[in-house]
Design a protein around this ligand. Structure first.
Ligand code: ZN
Length: 461
């Protein structure tokens, strides 16, 4: 290696490979690859040659590292335990961390505050670098900075800001506990089969890293998770915006698919009750169409069905945990096609990933069952369906005392009428959104462009 001094720069170097005394000029990359050097190491060597020093290998010859007094870490644990924190609502064996309540905390603020704490306690300044602190904290301290809880309950929020009395808050907490206890009892009962289901937050695509992608409207992939407790069967249904309307017909269709599958794969004779656990979404699973559907399932399987609804804001469904793990995998990724999401989900080997037709249940069910008069569906907490067509509904978690007969016709007629249900109509996509997507096509390659062009063709006005 020699240096070629020019007027312009001191940094022009020539590299040679010497074989049998024969010097062959080579490029820098050849040297780096041959000796497996990093560029930085080559730079150091060049620097030394430039200064006329002999490049000596100094590795391992530094003084002993300064040892950090173990007492510092004892103080750190004391400090951390004083910061308000709580376990995640989605606590699993894998996530047993405590999460700081304060949402604007980061490891840097923790370090600064610990410095102050340490000085106040010991009257000497903490003498460790941020890097040492960071490394120790990451490996040894079981604390996290972001709770997985996305939406906070309005009632709890009101209480925290002192706009709700303690008494009202206590009733709220009592209701939450009642739901949890009921759900746990249903999980533990050998004769009940519990099914949790929920839609995920819409997954946008294309999700590009250019500025334009950031400000444009994107299309949505809809994911619907159905989890069969006891058996741990985990279904992930998907459709894209415009394919179907994301609503009660899609919830009924996906659940029917699962129940039909279960009929052939498990023995329903082992169970006397089927339990549906969902959130309180009025457009999806807390409406008259879904009530009719549950009644239909009860008749079809000749089984009792119970549908329970959690307190809004305190859902903590297992489906949220599943969506959370998908969200983590997709975080910060560029998504060009809906399949990019689906491939990630398939590779998790956790879900049966299914796309199925959505059927127009409401048209048929509405004619076969009675409507519910004088019942505030949105306030219901529990509905019990009997295989004879009567429901008991309740505004709390006890078995309801109010009974309603849903059947308009005899059971056999109803079942026969539901043998073939027509497909649901196609959904719509906002025209402005379509225009936005077309503008984004410049940032996609031809194959991917074609997917959007083909799909959006049928939606244009
Ligand atoms: Zn609450």
């Amino acid at each position: 290696m020699d240096r070629k001094i020019t007027n312009k720069s001191f940094n022009l170097w020539n590299y040679y490979f010497v074989e049998n005394g024969l010097k062959t000029k080579v490029c820098q990359n050849f040297i780096l690859n041959l000796y497996q050097f990093s560029k930085k190491r080559l730079q150091t060597m060049r620097e030394k040659i430039r200064k006329g020093l002999v490049p000596i290998d100094n590795r391992g010859s530094h003084d002993n590292h300064k040892k950090i007094n173990i007492k510092i870490w004892v103080d750190l644990y004391e400090f951390l335990s004083n910061i308000p924190s709580k376990p995640s609502h989605y606590k699993t064996p894998k996530i047993d961390k405590l999460f700081f309540n304060e949402s604007n905390l980061c490891i840097n603020t923790i370090f600064n505050r610990f410095n102050e704490f340490y000085f106040e306690k010991n009257n000497i300044h903490l003498n460790i670098s941020y890097k040492s602190f960071y490394n120790y904290f990451k490996v040894n301290c079981n604390y996290g900075f972001k709770t997985l809880q996305i939406d906070k309950c309005n009632t709890c929020c009101k209480y925290e800001t002192k706009n709700l009395s303690l008494k009202e808050f206590e009733i709220h907490i009592q209701k939450i506990n009642e739901f949890k206890i009921l759900r746990q009892n249903l999980f533990n009962n050998n004769n009940t089969l519990c099914i949790s289901f929920d839609y995920s937050a819409n997954k946008p695509f294309p999700k590009l890293n250019c500025n334009k992608g950031f400000y444009s409207r994107a299309m949505f992939l809809y994911l619907f998770n159905v989890f069969i407790h006891k058996f741990n069967y985990n279904f992930m249904f998907h459709s894209i915006e415009g394919q179907y309307i994301k609503g009660s017909n899609s919830v009924c269709s996906y659940l029917y698919y699962v129940i039909d599958w279960l009929r052939f794969n498990i023995n329903f004779d082992n169970f006397d009750t089927l339990v549906f656990i969902s959130d309180n979404c009025g457009g999806q699973n807390k409406n008259i169409n879904f009530i009719h559907f549950c009644q239909y399932i009860s008749l079809l399987l000749d089984i009792k069905v119970i549908h329970i609804f959690p307190i809004v804001g305190h859902t903590y469904s297992i489906c949220d945990t599943h969506f959370g793990s998908i969200g983590k995998k997709c975080k910060n990724l560029i998504i060009e096609l809906p399949n990019d999401y689906l491939n990630i989900i398939k590779n998790m080997n956790k879900f049966a990933v299914i796309s199925t037709a959505v059927l127009n249940y409401d048209i048929i069910l509405n004619n076969l069952f009675n409507s519910l008069k004088n019942i505030n569906i949105s306030k219901l907490r529990r509905i019990d369906y009997s295989p004879y067509g009567r429901i008991n509904y309740s505004y709390d978690y006890n078995v309801g005392l109010n009974t309603v007969n849903l059947l308009k016709f005899n059971i056999q007629y109803i079942l026969n009428s539901l043998i073939s249900v027509p497909n649901a109509p196609k959904g719509v996509i906002n025209i402005k959104k379509i225009k936005d997507i077309y503008k984004l096509l410049d940032y996609l390659d031809d194959n991917k462009k074609q997917f959007y062009i083909n799909y959006l063709q049928s939606f244009e006005i």
